[in-house]
Design a protein around this ligand. Sequence first.
Ligand code: MN
Length: 128
Amino acid sequence: MGKNVLYIEDNPDNMVLVQRALESRGYILLKAENGEKGISMAESEDVDLILLDINLPDIDGYEVARRIRASAKPALAYTPLIAITANALKGDAEKALTAGCDLYMSKPINIRELWARVESFLPAPIKS
Ligand code: MN
């Protein structure tokens, strides 16, 4: 059963929050602090779901999503991809979906919402 979650996020506080939340349910968190590293890890590692920040220091999350979907690694066409961003502007959700994301979540991150969203794609290895 898949349980490897890749989180592409430059904010260390969010990274720690999500790591604690997901590890407490038995998921394994893979971490990338910028877009290029995230794409590279998605291609080289066994990744079952991707959480994606939109405001990244190099390329933005929309570009990351497009490149992941266009990857030569076939599984990345279907790997669940959830955008998480502070951008509250109208249209951002639609932009994320157009770029290839399956879902869009707003910051601040709500842990219960995160668990529910992740579990809708990957059953939690540890039940609460
Ligand atoms: Mn960011």
